[in-house]
Write a protein of this length. Structure first.
Length: 131
C-alpha cells in the first residue's frame, strides 16, 4: 500500500505507522503469552505426581492461570496451584520424612517452565516473522 505524503507530513505518517506496528506487536506478544501460559499449566497438570491425592487428582487439578498484570503494552500471567500450593516445593524437590530419610524429588514444574520459555520465544519469533 502506498500513500502520498508531503515532506512536511512525513514524520507524522512514520509515527502513525510505527504506532500501528507497536500495537499489533503488543497484541501478538500478549496472545503468545496467554497461549504459552495455558500450555505450561496443562503440562504441569499432565506431569504432576499422582501419588499425592492419587484417586481424586486434586493436586494436578489445582493448577490454573491468572492475569496478574496487564496494560496496553504488557501482560503478566501467573501459573499457580490454587489450593495445593503448600505441596509444590515438597513434591518438586523432595522432603524429609518422619522416620528419617527423604522422599524422591518429582520435578514437574521446572520442566514445564523450560518448555514454556522455548515455546514463548518461538511464538514471538513466528509472530514477528509472519507480521
Amino acid at each position: 500500500m502506498s500513500v502520498k505524503v508531503s515532506v512536511d507530513d512525513l514524520a507524522d505518517e512514520i509515527a502513525k505507522e510505527l504506532e500501528k506496528y507497536s500495537k499489533a506487536s503488543a497484541e501478538g506478544v500478549k496472545s503468545a503469552v496467554k497461549k504459552t501460559a495455558k500450555h505450561v499449566c496443562q503440562q504441569i497438570k499432565d506431569t504432576a505426581p499422582r501419588s499425592h491425592s492419587k484417586r481424586s487428582g486434586t493436586y494436578a487439578n489445582s493448577w490454573t492461570t491468572k492475569n496478574t498484570k496487564e496494560s496496553n503494552e504488557e501482560l503478566e500471567v501467573t501459573v499457580y496451584s490454587r489450593n495445593q500450593y503448600q505441596l509444590t516445593h515438597l513434591l518438586e524437590h523432595g522432603h524429609a520424612v518422619k522416620g528419617g530419610g527423604r522422599t524422591r524429588a518429582q520435578p514437574h514444574i521446572a520442566p514445564a517452565e523450560l518448555e514454556g520459555i522455548d515455546m514463548l520465544e518461538k511464538e514471538i519469533e513466528k509472530m514477528i516473522k509472519d507480521g
